[in-house]
Design a protein around this ligand. Structure first.
Ligand code: GLU
Length: 294
C-alpha cells in the first residue's frame, strides 16, 4: 500500500510586509514538502479584516513568488470561511464549554490589579497577556446567554478548566526532531497555561486558534512547519482538535530568524522586510544566503 500524500501549509497574515522570517518559514515548508513528495498549500490568515488589506495581500503574493515559494492549489482565504468557524463554535456551545464575556482589556487589567493587592502577581499566558480572571465564567450554564444572541456583541471564551477536566487521556502532540517526518517525540500539551482563551471577538467572529485548527482540518494538513513562537499555541490547538474530533497533524517548530540584536523580527521593521530589501537592490540569491538557503 502506498503512503498517503503528506500535506504542508504556509499560513501568513497579510497585516504587514513579509520579512526574512516569513521567507525562511515558507521555503523550509516547501523544501520538506518537496523532499517527501508532499503537497504545499498556502493559507491567507486574514481574519483581521481591518489590518489585512488587499494591497498587503497583493504584495504578499509578489514577495512569495519573488523568493521562489510555490503552492499547489488555490490559496484558502480565511475571511471567506467565517461560517466554518462559527459552526465549530456552535459545536463547543453544545458541549457547554464556552461562554460570552463582555469585560474589556482595561476592565481585566483593573480586576487583576485588585487581585494583585495581596502581593501575588497574576499569571500571564505564554504570549505575556494577563490571564482572564474568570469573572463571567462563574455564571451557571442556564444563566448563560445562547451563542446566537452573544456572537458579534461579546468575546467568546473557552472554559479552560472545565474543558481540561473533561478531557480524557493524555493530551500531547508529535514534534519532529530535525526536519525528518519519521523522527518524532511526544510533547505533553499544557493548555491550562492559556487560561480561558478567546475563540471569537466582537469585531472578528473567530480567533487565530479556532480558525487555524478548523482550516488545518479542512485542508487535510498532515505536517505543520512553523516558527518556535507558536510552540505553546500547539497546546490549545491539540485541545480544540480533540474536542472537535479533528485529527492531529505532525508538528515541527523551527528556529526563528532574529535581528542583529537577537530579537524576533517584526513586520514593522523596515530593514528585514522582503519588499524593502528588494527595493534597495538586494538580490533573491542574497536573501536566500541570509536565511541559510543557498
Ligand atoms: N498566521 C500566523 C503568522 O503569520 C501563522 C500561523 C500558523 O502557522 O499556525 O504568524
Amino acid at each position: 500500500m502506498t503512503e498517503p500524500q503528506s500535506v504542508f501549509r504556509f499560513a501568513p497574515s497579510p497585516n504587514g510586509e513579509l520579512h526574512l522570517g516569513h521567507a525562511y518559514s515558507a521555503l523550509l515548508n516547501l523544501k520538506i514538502a518537496r523532499a517527501s513528495d508532499g503537497k504545499m498549500l498556502l493559507r491567507i490568515e486574514d481574519i483581521d479584516t481591518v489590518r489585512c488589506t488587499p494591497q498587503l495581500e497583493k504584495q504578499m503574493f509578489e514577495d512569495l513568488e519573488w523568493i521562489g515559494f510555490e503552492w499547489d492549489e488555490l490559496p484558502r482565504r480565511q475571511s471567506e470561511h467565517f461560517d466554518d468557524y462559527r459552526e465549530a463554535l456552535f459545536q463547543l456551545e453544545q458541549m457547554e464549554l464556552i461562554y460570552a464575556s463582555s469585560m474589556s482589556r482595561s476592565e481585566i487589567k483593573q480586576r487583576v490589579a485588585e487581585l494583585e493587592v495581596s502581593g501575588t502577581p497574576w499569571p500571564r499566558d505564554p504570549d505575556g497577556t494577563l490571564l482572564y480572571p474568570g469573572t463571567e465564567r462563574q455564571q451557571s450554564q442556564s444563566a448563560r446567554k445562547p451563542l446566537n444572541e452573544t456572537f458579534g456583541h461579546h468575546v467568546i471564551r473557552l472554559d479552560m478548566a472545565k474543558t481540561v477536566e473533561q478531557q480524557r487521556g493524555n493530551l500531547s502532540w508529535e514534534e519532529t526532531i530535525g526536519v525528518s517526518p519519521n523522527n518524532t517525540r511526544s510533547i505533553p500539551a499544557d493548555p491550562l497555561v492559556w487560561g480561558d482563551v478567546i475563540l471569537a471577538r466582537r469585531d472578528t467572529p473567530t480567533s487565530y486558534h479556532l480558525s487555524c485548527i478548523v482550516d488545518d482540518a479542512k485542508q487535510n494538513i498532515t505536517h505543520i512547519v512553523r516558527g518556535q513562537d507558536l510552540y505553546h499555541s500547539t497546546s490549545v490547538h491539540r485541545l480544540l482538535q480533540e474536542l472537535l474530533g479533528l485529527s492531529a497533524p505532525l508538528y515541527h517548530h523551527h528556529e526563528l530568524v532574529l535581528d542583529k540584536t537577537g530579537k524576533k523580527l517584526s513586520k514593522s521593521d523596515r530593514d528585514t522586510s522582503l519588499r524593502q530589501l528588494r527595493q534597495s537592490g538586494t538580490s533573491k540569491e542574497q536573501i536566500l544566503k541570509m536565511i541559510g538557503f543557498e
